[in-house]
Design a protein around this ligand. Structure first.
Ligand code: HEM
Length: 533
């Protein structure tokens, strides 16, 4: 029956072909057969198989093999398309270059996924990043081999591998306590002389106009924030010794960081020469750094030597230690510079009312020297809410987990061997949580001041990921950025010269906060509050 129908169909098609096409009948036949095969394959794959396997997440249909192209061009646009296609129901699946990625965006599924450390693993992602950054197989294995409970160095009561201990070491450095206070004081000590008129003149060669007491200085905001935060972050973690090794390292880091999506996509080296060259420069500088005797390296954070010592104790060589420090340098500096940029952009764009609000609220912290940091932490609700609103709007990353055995999430079976992706953006733009009084697309920090609803406790609030891998750097990021913004607005008048919100770089994946599109940086004019212009 089917073959008769196909034969009749073929005869009708041939009879209706133009004369030229009839002369190339074999070619036309191959073409028609290919199209029919594709149609049958697509119906089979995206209609019949889902019907036969109702417990598996539905897959976003495609014609040309997989969604790889669309994903690599703009992963967020593809996710938005998929969510519209599935009418906001998930989990759903995407096929990207031979691998299946499941996507979840419902807060309750996300919470469940973060709780599940038994079958949803973060390690695979970290190991892939280590390899992509150039760590040797020996180093990866050494980091993931369980260590004796009574080893020297950082306590290991449960006999965990160094990769797990590293997380506890990060927490030891970054959670509230003396080590976090040390970092915050380092940031303050670095900003203090450089947030003065003389400091800006000396430290900002990229200024668009020369400094003058009457006109102040005009600075490209992202370039300025990137420069100040990377230099301050480097100083806080590594002390002054790095400055002497390579004074241009912070600038090299910015080149690397803006191209670091190529690391996340694991681009081959020949397609990523600029990124790789910048990364290698940072690695070489860090290798020279760890070759300086430890007693000569002062003013560094506790974590830096502690981590180096743990790695040396496992016989990991200096190349691998330096490569590992590259990822730490990356983690310290990639997000703070962008968060400072977006927060300032939003405050300035909202006009004098917002600037005055911050000035008035933070003034008591500046009435004596040194700055009262406790006051800034605990008594500035508007600035705090502006921070939350900034990262709600600018967090653009996703958590990735590897499915180590079949796992049910959201009523669907996620199959072993595939990956799970949790994009934060849809959670942060969920109208039912964030848009009760204020439009979800607008910067309205008041939404975080509502007495009736603590939005940062909601399952929709995930700028720092969640579960056991939740970002340990969230305190230092917030403290350093709010300190910078408060110091700046107390000491200077600041206005946007470029009067618009710049276009964000939404197409490229990041480890937290998105950057701006190339050429979209905004100019700000900064002049001392003691001088009126
Ligand atoms: C606004 C600033 C920041 C944002 C939005 C951010 C975001 C994130 C996110 C989304 C994750 C992954 C969580 C997961 O998949 O579950 C993460 C992990 C991490 N972040 Fe941050 N981060 C920020 C600042 C920092 C800073 C300043 C540091 C270090 C000084 C830092 C250190 C880390 C580390 C070490 C991890 C890995 C945690 C682990 O392996 O368990 N972050 N961060």
């Amino acid at each position: 029956m089917l073959s008769d129908a196909l034969t009749s169909l073929a005869i009708v098609v041939v009879q209706n072909l133009p004369l030229g096409a009839r002369e190339h009948l074999p070619l036309v036949a191959v073409g028609i057969a290919s199209v029919l095969t594709l149609i049958f394959w697509r119906i089979w794959r995206f209609t019949i198989v889902p019907f036969l396997e109702p417990d598996d997440p539905r897959e976003l249909p495609y014609w040309i093999p997989c969604h790889g192209g669309a994903f690599f061009r703009n992963s967020n646009a593809l996710l938005t398309r998929a969510r519209v296609f599935f009418n906001n129901t998930d989990p759903f699946a995407l096929t990207i270059a031979n691998s299946v990625i499941y996507v979840i965006t419902k807060p309750e599924d996300v919470a469940e996924a973060y709780r599940n450390t038994a079958t949803l693993s973060f390690n695979e992602f970290v190991q892939a990043m280590m390899r992509a950054c150039g760590n040797s197989e020996f180093c990866v294995q050494a980091m993931y081999t369980p260590l004796p409970k009574d080893k020297d160095g950082f306590p290991n009561p449960h006999g965990k591998p160094l990769a797990t201990l590293a997380r506890h070491m990060h927490m030891n450095q970054l959670y509230p306590g003396d080590h976090l206070d040390f970092l915050e004081h380092q940031f303050m000590a670095w900003f203090d002389p450089r947030l003065t008129s003389d400091g800006l003149r000396e430290e900002c060669p990229y200024a668009v106009t020369a400094t003058s007491p009457s006109n102040g200085i005009v600075l490209p905001l992202m370039e300025w924030c990137s420069d100040y935060f990377t230099r301050a972050g480097q100083r806080a973690y590594f002390g002054p010794a790095m400055d002497a090794i390579d004074p241009t390292l912070p600038a090299t880091f910015i080149v690397f960081d803006e191209l670091s999506w190529q690391v996340l996509y694991q681009y081959p080296d020949f397609l990523a020469t600029e990124m790789k060259s910048a990364r290698d420069t940072i690695q070489r500088a860090l290798k020279k750094y760890i070759q300086i005797p430890q007693r000569e390296r002062n003013g560094d954070a506790w974590f830096t030597k502690a981590m180096e010592n743990e790695m040396r104790a496992l016989g990991i060589n200096e190349d691998d230690i330096a490569t590992m420090l590259v990822t730490i340098y990356w983690g310290i500096n990639t997000n703070t510079r962008k968060a400072a940029f977006w927060l300032l952009t939003y405050i300035l764009n909202n006009g004098p009312e917002y600037i005055n609000l911050v000035r008035k609220e933070t003034l008591p912290a500046f009435q004596n020297k040194p700055i009262d940091l406790e006051y800034l932490h605990d008594h500035c609700p508007h600035l705090d809410a502006m921070w939350n609103e900034t990262i709600r709007l600018s967090a653009y990353s996703a958590s990735v987990r590897f499915v180590t055995s079949d796992t049910v999430i959201g009523g669907k079976i996620l199959r072993k061997g595939n990956r799970l992706m949790i994009p934060y953006r849809p959670l942060h733009f969920d109208e039912s949580t964030f848009s009760l009084q204020y439009p979800v697309n607008e910067f309205r920090h008041e939404r975080f001041l509502q007495k009736s609803k603590n939005l940062t406790r909601s399952d929709n609030w995930r700028p720092f990921g969640g579960g056991t891998t939740m970002c340990p750097g969230r305190y230092v990021a917030k403290r350093s950025v709010l300190l910078f913004v408060a110091m700046l607005l107390q000491r200077f008048n600041v206005e946007l010269v470029t009067k618009r919100i710049p276009e964000p770089e939404e197409g490229k994946p990041v480890l937290g906060i998105m950057s701006v599109k190339e050429g979209e940086d905004v100019l700000v004019r900064v002049w001392s509050r003691e001088v009126s212009i």
